[in-house]
Design a protein around this ligand. Structure first.
Ligand code: 5RP
Length: 230
């Protein structure tokens, strides 16, 4: 997806922002465009406060002079603006390609609204082509993986531990100190059913199915921006 389209979606999200808002700040390259633009608006006098969803976003927002808070200080947020890996029917999402799904889901759950920003390539008729990120506790990983493999094996598919980029084959470590399994389902015809099964899997901390969170999606195309509602 082109940077110009990410930027266009990020710009259009400001239609949802009002002075004084308490914002959840997402993670990923599209969310980073939004945070960058927010920094410029804050420098020009916009008064908002943000809760970042990752160490990366914390560092970016801090460098831009955006006032930050925590969910301990500010447990109720007005709006989260975040990217997504897939946007399906009813604005059901797959998130977590950037590894921040746990904090992203906690922040989204603390927000009255969630605006997803993306380019049109992220919209799909059915979720599942993008491997579903599942955050797991390192303790007992082999045992948790077996339970996850049983879930996906019925479909003849795979669940792989995400590794850090680079020559060493160390597991990718989330901000919460967990690991991520990427599960290739190819098709997720019933996201609610899968979410319930994953919620009940011991060792799973959280998964990247965001169902019922997004209140709008701003989708950028070459010829403009479309706002989708659930
Ligand atoms: C991070 C996420 C991101 O929002 C998602 O991966 C989309 O990222 P990008 O905007 O770089 O395509 O869920 O955990």
């Amino acid at each position: 997806m082109s940077v110009a389209l990410k930027r266009r979606a990020a710009e259009a999200a400001f239609a949802f922002i009002e002075p004084g808002m308490r914002l959840g700040l997402g993670t990923g390259s599209t969310a980073a465009e939004f945070v960058d633009l927010l920094g410029a608006r804050v420098a020009a006098g916009l008064d908002v406060v943000g809760v970042p969803t990752s160490a990366r976003t914390f560092a970016q927002a801090t460098a831009l002079g955006i006032r930050l808070t925590t969910l301990e200080e500010t447990p109720d947020l007005d709006l989260t603006v975040d990217g997504a890996d897939e946007i399906g029917p009813n604005l059901a999402l797959i998130k977590g390609g950037g590894g921040a799904l746990l904090r992203e889901k906690i922040v989204a759950a603390s927000s009255a609204g969630m605006v997803v920003i993306a380019d049109a390539s992220k919209t799909v008729a059915e979720l599942g082509a993008f491997p579903l990120p599942i955050e797991v506790v390192p303790f007992g990983f082999a045992s948790t993986l077996r339970r996850l493999e049983r879930l996906v094996a019925e479909l003849g598919l795979t669940a792989d531990l995400r590794l850090r980029p680079g020559p060493a084959s160390d597991p990718y470590l989330t901000d919460g100190g967990h690991w991520i399994v990427d599960a290739s389902f190819r098709r997720i015809p019933d996201p609610s059913r899968l979410a319930t099964a994953l919620d009940a899997t011991v060792g799973v901390v959280e998964h990247g199915l965001f169902l019922g969170f997004a209140t709008a999606a701003v989708v950028a195309r070459d010829d403009g921006v479309e706002v989708l509602r659930p």
